[in-house]
Structures are given as structure tokens and as C-alpha cells.
Design a protein around this ligand. Structure first.
Ligand SMILES: NC(=O)c1ccc[n+]([C@@H]2O[C@H](COP(=O)([O-])OP(=O)(O)OC[C@H]3O[C@@H](n4cnc5c(N)ncnc54)[C@H](OP(=O)(O)O)[C@@H]3O)[C@@H](O)[C@H]2O)c1
Length: 172
């Protein structure tokens, strides 16, 4: 019997115009969305680019933090370091938890083809940004959930899943 594979989930909040960041910060603050991020990821594995780590500024507690960087001598206390996205996923797979890829734009662009699911919070306005979430094909992912969230700034939480047939094709 084969061991179940850790699912790879892209977790992102984006504005209507797909902006996700500006000046290495998230250009909105919605405490309920932050709390949702924490509940969803607690106990699991997080993979992020080095710039996203810099913008957070500390390892997120209760989760394995894996930071991708090309800087071979960079070590961050409390984080596992990876020299590539594939190395980060290999580390994640040894931990047998869900793997959440949490950004930023550079890492989302590289990981889209590997994602089983996308958890997407949509903020209902255009926001000035310098980093954007890549467009993804409706042929590759199916929207399986869509929930309007009443919050200090309301947003919509959507789940997209890669159809099983495509998952199997990807693995073979
Ligand atoms: N709204 C959201 O949900 C959300 C989530 C996360 C982040 N963000 C925002 O996104 C922005 C940051 O995104 P970003 O695209 O600028 O940067 P990023 O994806 O967070 O990090 C890019 C860095 O990751 C490393 N890297 C990327 N690909 C690599 C590879 N294949 N091999 C080795 N290292 C690799 C490099 O680090 P080195 O330079 O150290 O080599 C690169 O400079 C910020 O504004 C942040 O606030 C938004």
C-alpha cells in the first residue's frame, strides 16, 4: 500500500486586480482573514519565499516554516532552509502534514503547476500593488467552494481543486 501524499495547497489573499503585495507588505489588514490563515495552517507545513519571510519577520509558531532562498549561507533560526521549491516540497513531504505554499508572487508562479488546491481570499476592491497572483486556468482547477465572509472588510473565500483525473496524469 502506498503512503498518502501530502497535499500541496496554495494559500493567498488577493485584491480584485490580483494584487497581493506592495513594498514587501500585504496592502490591507483584515484581522479575521489573518485568524483564518492561522486556523487553517496550524500544525501543518508552510513554504515561503525569502522575501515573504522578511515581510513576516519571524517564524510562524506551531507550524514548520520552510524558507526558499538562493543564498547558501543564509540560516534563519526556527526555519528550515531550502535552495529550491522542489527541495522545500521534498522536506515538506517527509513531515506527512499538509503543505501550504504561502507566497509570495515569485513562489506562487513556480508552484502553480504543482498545486492540488488553491485557497483564495478575494478582497473586493482594486489595490495598488507591485506583486500579483498569477492567473490560473479554469480548465486546470474547479471551484468547489465560495463563501462570502462578513468581516471588518468583507471578502470571499474560494477553494479551487485540481480534478482527480489531472492529479493522476500529473503523477504518472
Ligand atoms: N496577499 C498574500 O496572500 C501574500 C502572501 C505572501 C506574500 N505576499 C506579498 O508578496 C510579496 C513578496 O513576493 P515576491 O514575489 O516579491 O517574493 P517571494 O516569492 O516571497 O520571495 C522571492 C525570493 O525567494 C527566493 N526564491 C524564489 N524562487 C527561488 C528558487 N527557485 N530557488 C531559490 N530561491 C528562490 C529568492 O530569495 P533570495 O533572494 O534570498 O535568493 C527570491 O528573491 C510581498 O509584498 C508580500 O507581502 C502576499
Amino acid at each position: 500500500m502506498s503512503t498518502p501524499r501530502s497535499p500541496i495547497i496554495l494559500l493567498v489573499a488577493m485584491a480584485e486586480n490580483r494584487a497581493i503585495g506592495k513594498d514587501n507588505k500585504i496592502p490591507w489588514h483584515i484581522p479575521e482573514e489573518v485568524a483564518h490563515f492561522k486556523r487553517t495552517t496550524m500544525g501543518h507545513t508552510l513554504i515561503m519565499g525569502r522575501k515573504t519571510y522578511d515581510s513576516i519577520g519571524r517564524p510562524l509558531p506551531g507550524r514548520t516554516n520552510i524558507v526558499i532562498t538562493s543564498q547558501a549561507d543564509l540560516a534563519i533560526p526556527g526555519c528550515r532552509m531550502a535552495a529550491s521549491l522542489h527541495e522545500a516540497i521534498e522536506i515538506g513531504r517527509t513531515l506527512a502534514k499538509k503543505i501550504f505554499i504561502i507566497g509570495g508572487g515569485d513562489i506562487f508562479r513556480q508552484s502553480m503547476v504543482l498545486a492540488d488546491s488553491i485557497y483564495l481570499s478575494v478582497i473586493h476592491r482594486n489595490v495598488e500593488g507591485d506583486v500579483f497572483f498569477p492567473d490560473f486556468s479554469e480548465r486546470e482547477f474547479v471551484k468547489t467552494s465560495c463563501q462570502y465572509i462578513e468581516a471588518s472588510e468583507p471578502y470571499t473565500f474560494e477553494i479551487y481543486e485540481r480534478p482527480d483525473a489531472l492529479k493522476i496524469a500529473k503523477e504518472s
